[in-house]
Design a binder for this molecule. Structure first.
Ligand code: AHR
Length: 613
C-alpha cells in the first residue's frame, strides 16, 4: 500500500473539532467526577414528601435503641426533608460506641491516609448533643478519622451548621461516614456533606478524572446530557434553576432515564466552571419542553424559552443582571464564555419539536444574536426545514459500520448548517465493555471527520464516564470506581486526535489493494513554540499486517516534519481485548522507533491497529 502526502495542500481544521460530551449517566457526576463523598446528603432521595427515601444511609443499632425517620423540618425551603433520629438508649444502655446512622457514599468512600476531608452538616436538638463523627473502614471497625460535636440545648435548639476538617490517619477505599451518640433524646440532621479538601483547582472535581480529560485536550464540552436533559417524564428532567445557588439549598432530583438520584452539587454553575478549568468551549443542552414520554405544546412552551434565556443570562450576564448576579454570588463575577446551545436532545422526530425549536431559536437570536444554535435534526442527508447554525448527528453502531462511515460526510452538502457529531461510538457485541475493535472503528470514523472538517465542526464520543457500580450503558471512555480509573481503548484512541483541532488537514492519497481495511489522514499542527509538525494516522482494520510506503512532498521551510522518529501504536494480541482495573494498560498506546524516518519511508502497520507517526 502507498500513502502520498502533499504537505503543500492544506486547509485549516476547526479549533473546536474534537471535544467531550459529559452526561450524568452511569453515576458519571454524582459518585464520579463530582467529588462529594456523601450520597443523598439531604435525605431527599424520596422526593419532597415524607417518609422520604434515606438510601444509602443505614442505621447503627437496633430498633430498641434507635429509630430513624424523616420529617419536613429542614431550614432549607427548597428541600424540606430532614433526618430525625430518636435515640432510645443512654450512656449506660447504648451499645459500646453508641448508636446512629452511617453513609457508605457511592459504593464506599475513598479515604486516604494523610488527606483531609471537609465535613459540613446541619444539626438540631431540643436537648444537648454529643455526637461522634467518624470515617471508618467499610465494616465500621477501623477508625480513619474522627471529630466530636458537642453543644448545649441552647446551642443547637435551632438548626446549627457544623464544619470540621477531618484528617485521615489510615487508608480505606470503601470507607463510610458515621454519626454516633450514646445520649438519649431526639436529634435532627440535614445536608451532611464530606468533600476531599484536594479537588481540581479547589472546584469540587475529582482531580485524577479531570487529568484524564485534559490528556485528550478537549476543545469543547457538551453537557449535561443526553437523555438526562430530556427525562423520561418532564417532571423528572434536569432543570438548571434547581441546580444553582448554595449547595445546601438545592432540591436534587431523580433522573428517571438513568434511574438514580442526584443531589445536584454538580449543577449549571459547576458545568461552566468545569469547561473553564479545562480551557474548553461550553456547549449547553437545555430541555425544550420535550421528554421521552410527554411534551409541552408550542403554545405553552414560553416558560421553557424563558428558562433557557435565563440560563444563558446566568452564564453570560454581567453581575448587575438578575441571573448574572447569582453567578457572581457563587464566586464567578466574570461571565462564562457561552457561545453554543443545543435545543433539546434527540427530539427531532417528536410532534412539537419544530414548533418549540422555532420559539427558542427566535427568542435566543433576538437577545443573543451571536449564540450558535444546534438543532436536533440531522441535516446531513437533506436540508433542514428550519434555521440552525449546526445540526446534531448521533451514531451508535457496529465496528464495521462505523469503519465504513469514514465516508459518511464525503458527499454531504457544503451549504447550510455545519454538523456536530455530538455522540458517536461502536456499541453492541463488537464493543463489549470497551474493545480494541470498537476503538478502531471509531478511529476510522474520526479520520473521516477530520477529512470532512470543512462541514463537520465538532465531534465527541459518548458516554464519557462509567462508575463500574452502575453500568447503565456500555461501552464508555473512562471507567472508574471510588479509588481507581482507567481508559478504555476508545479513550486512548481519542488521544491520537488531540493535536488535530486547530491544525491543518494535509492532502493525502492512499493507494492500496486492500482499500477496505485501511484508512489514513495527515495533518500539521503547531507546538507551543510555533514549530509545525506533520502527523500521519493510519487505521488497519484487518487482521493482517500491511507494508505502507509513505512519500511526503511539499513540506515548507518552516515544517519540522514528522513529530519525531517514533511511531505510536494502539493494538493488542486480540482485537476483542479490553482494559480492566487489573490490567488498565493492556490496550494502550505504545511507542517504538521508526526505522528510516524521512520523506520516503516504509512502515510496517500492525494488524488491527491505529498508528500515528
Ligand atoms: O450516550 C447515551 C445516550 O445515547 C444519550 O443520553 C442519548 O443522547 C443517546 O440516546
Amino acid at each position: 500500500a502507498k500513502l502520498s502526502v502533499d504537505a503543500s495542500a492544506r486547509r485549516p481544521i476547526p479549533s473546536t473539532l474534537f471535544g467531550i460530551f459529559f452526561e450524568e449517566i452511569n453515576h458519571a457526576g454524582a459518585g464520579g467526577l463530582w467529588a462529594e463523598l456523601v450520597s443523598n446528603r439531604g435525605f431527599e432521595a424520596g422526593g419532597p414528601n415524607t417518609p422520604s427515601n434515606i438510601d444509602p444511609w443505614l442505621v447503627i443499632g437496633d430498633a430498641s435503641s434507635v429509630v430513624l425517620s424523616t420529617d419536613r423540618s429542614s431550614p432549607f425551603d427548597r428541600n424540606k426533608v430532614a433526618l430525625r433520629m430518636d435515640v432510645l438508649c443512654d450512656v449506660k444502655s447504648c451499645p459500646s460506641g453508641g448508636v446512629g446512622v452511617y453513609n457508605p457514599g457511592f459504593w464506599g468512600m475513598n479515604i486516604e491516609e494523610g488527606k483531609k476531608y471537609k465535613l459540613v452538616l446541619y444539626v438540631r436538638s431540643l436537648d444537648s448533643v454529643d455526637v461522634t463523627v467518624s470515617l471508618t473502614g467499610s465494616n465500621g471497625a477501623r477508625t480513619l478519622a474522627t471529630t466530636n460535636i458537642k453543644g448545649s440545648a441552647s446551642d443547637v435548639s435551632d438548626w446549627t451548621k457544623v464544619e470540621a476538617l477531618l484528617e485521615a490517619k489510615d487508608t480505606d477505599h470503601g470507607a463510610r461516614l458515621e454519626l454516633r451518640t450514646s445520649k438519649k433524646g431526639v436529634i435532627w440532621f440535614d445536608q451532611v456533606s464530606l468533600m476531599p479538601e484536594d479537588t481540581y483547582k479547589g472546584h469540587g472535581f475529582r482531580s485524577e478524572l479531570v487529568e484524564m480529560l485534559k490528556e485528550i485536550k478537549p476543545r469543547f464540552i457538551r453537557f449535561p446530557g443526553g437523555c438526562f436533559v430530556e427525562g423520561e417524564w418532564l417532571r423528572n428532567a434536569f432543570r438548571w434553576k434547581e441546580s444553582v445557588g448554595p449547595w445546601e439549598e438545592r432540591p436534587g432530583h431523580f433522573g428517571d432515564v438513568w434511574m438514580y438520584w442526584t443531589d445536584d452539587g454538580l449543577g449549571h454553575y459547576e458545568f461552566f466552571q468545569l469547561a473553564e478549568d479545562l480551557d474548553t468551549v461550553p456547549i449547553w443542552v437545555f430541555n425544550n419542553g420535550i421528554s421521552h414520554q410527554d411534551q409541552v405544546d408550542t403554545s405553552s412552551v414560553l416558560p421553557f424559552v424563558q428558562e433557557a434565556l435565563d440560563g444563558i443570562e446566568f452564564a453570560r450576564g454581567d453581575a448587575s443582571s438578575k441571573w448574572g448576579s447569582l453567578r457572581a454570588s457563587m464566586g464567578h463575577p466574570e461571565p462564562f464564555k457561552l457561545k453554543y446551545v443545543a435545543v433539546g436532545n434527540e427530539d427531532c422526530g417528536k410532534r412539537n419539536y419544530r414548533g418549540n425549536y422555532l420559539k427558542f431559536y427566535e427568542a435566543i437570536k433576538r437577545v443573543y444574536p451571536d449564540i450558535q444554535i444546534i438543532s436536533n435534526c440531522d441535516g446531513s442527508s437533506r436540508p433542514l426545514d428550519h434555521p440552525a447554525d449546526y445540526y446534531d448527528f448521533h451514531v451508535y453502531t457496529s465496528a464495521s459500520n462505523l469503519f465504513s462511515m469514514s465516508h459518511q460526510f464525503d458527499r454531504t452538502s457544503r451549504s447550510g448548517p455545519k454538523a456536530f457529531v455530538s455522540e458517536y461510538a461502536v456499541t453492541g457485541k463488537d464493543a463489549g465493555t470497551g474493545s480494541l475493535l470498537a476503538a478502531l472503528g471509531e478511529a476510522a470514523f474520526l479520520i473521516g471527520v477530520e477529512k470532512n472538517s470543512d462541514i463537520v465542526e465538532m465531534a465527541s464520543y459518548a458516554p464519557l464516564f462509567v462508575n463500574t457500580n452502575d453500568r447503565r450503558w456500555n461501552p464508555d471512555a473512562i471507567v472508574f470506581n471510588a479509588s481507581m480509573a482507567y481508559g478504555t481503548p476508545s479513550y486512548w484512541m481519542q488521544r491520537f486526535f488531540a493535536e488535530s483541532s486547530g491544525g491543518s488537514l494535509v492532502n493525502s492519497t492512499l493507494q492500496t489493494s486492500s482499500s477496505s481495511s485501511l484508512v489514513a489522514s495527515a495533518i500539521t499542527y503547531q507546538d507551543k513554540d510555533q514549530n509545525t509538525y506533520l502527523r500521519i494516522k493510519v487505521v488497519n482494520f484487518a487482521s493482517s499486517k500491511v507494508n505502507l510506503k509513505i512519500s511526503v512532498s511539499g513540506l515548507g521551510a518552516n515544517t519540522v516534519g514528522l513529530s519525531g522518529s517514533t511511531k505510536t501504536e494502539l493494538t493488542s494480541a486480540n482485537v476483542m481485548d479490553e482494559n480492566s482495573f487489573q490490567q488498565p494498560n493492556k490496550v494502550a498506546p505504545a511507542q517504538s522507533m521508526l526505522q528510516n524516518a524521512g520523506k520516503d519511508m516504509d512502515v510496517l502497520i500492525s494488524p488491527n491497529s491505529l498508528t500515528s507517526f
